[in-house]
Design a binder for this molecule. Structure first.
Ligand code: HEC
Length: 197
């Protein structure tokens, strides 16, 4: 009996013990970090570089993977789409994303992550833009417009967002004026055409 208990522990047990201890320390450290409120969630204090990089990577990959199967309509350049999109953009998006000739708004200056100025263009494909506008982005100001707008209207906005970088302030005003009626009218017109998805 004695000779058995005196035998040294196998090496693999020792390693497992050290690993389990390490994991416990890790869990306690993470818990303490959260419980002590160590991370500053203030929107006026930037993320550390590592957190910023990690969150950007998570966002970009999440959008790219989910937007892979989005079918892009062939008529994104259609003037009717662009003018409807312009009306919606001016009303719902320009407060955060600004527009040609527009001064910075208070909300656009306070958002973190900041809302990109869409008149400078994006790196996204049309399918990715559609996905972001429809579903929004968690823990940023970007809302899921698909809760209240059908796919047709969202494609109209994407059509306009892709046109936006080519517009001067005067052209921007002109295309916004060309939008069909007010918001409710645009919603009703489109709801008769297609159902939302
Ligand atoms: C309350 C502010 C706010 C409003 C209003 C808003 N957005 Fe955004 N949007 C954001 C923020 C913030 C981001 C960046 C999110 C991030 O980086 O995680 C964003 C991201 C985007 C992107 C992705 C851009 C890129 O390059 O990654 C698109 C496209 C976009 N918004 C389109 C729209 C459209 C179209 C509307 C109007 C229907 C709209 N947004 C309304 C705040 C807003």
């Amino acid at each position: 009996m004695d000779s058995q208990t005196d035998r040294p522990l196998p090496r693999s047990w020792k390693i497992a013990g050290i690993a389990a201890f390490g994991i416990c320390i890790g869990v306690v450290a993470v818990w303490a970090f959260v419980a002590l409120g160590a991370y500053d969630v203030a929107a006026d204090v930037p993320h550390t570089r590592l957190v910023y990089w990690w969150m950007t990577e998570v966002r970009d990959r999440s959008v790219a993977v989910r937007a892979r199967d989005v079918q892009v309509p062939s008529d994104l350049g259609a003037p009717k789409r662009i003018s409807t999109g312009a009306g919606l953009y001016n009303e719902m998006c320009s407060g955060c994303h600004l527009a040609p000739g527009m001064k910075k708004t208070e909300i656009s200056q306070g958002l973190y992550p900041s809302a990109p100025e869409l008149s400078c263009g994006t790196d996204l494909t049309p399918g990715e833009e559609f996905w972001v506008v429809k579903h929004g982005i968690k823990m940023s100001g970007m809302a899921a417009w698909g809760k209240t707008h059908n796919d047709t209207l969202i494609w109209d906005m994407v059509a306009f967002v892709r046109k936006l970088p080519t517009l001067s302030p005067t052209q921007y005003q002109a295309v916004v004026k060309s939008a069909p009626g007010d918001h409710d009218e645009m919603m009703n017109m489109q709801n008769m055409d297609h159902g939302g998805h």
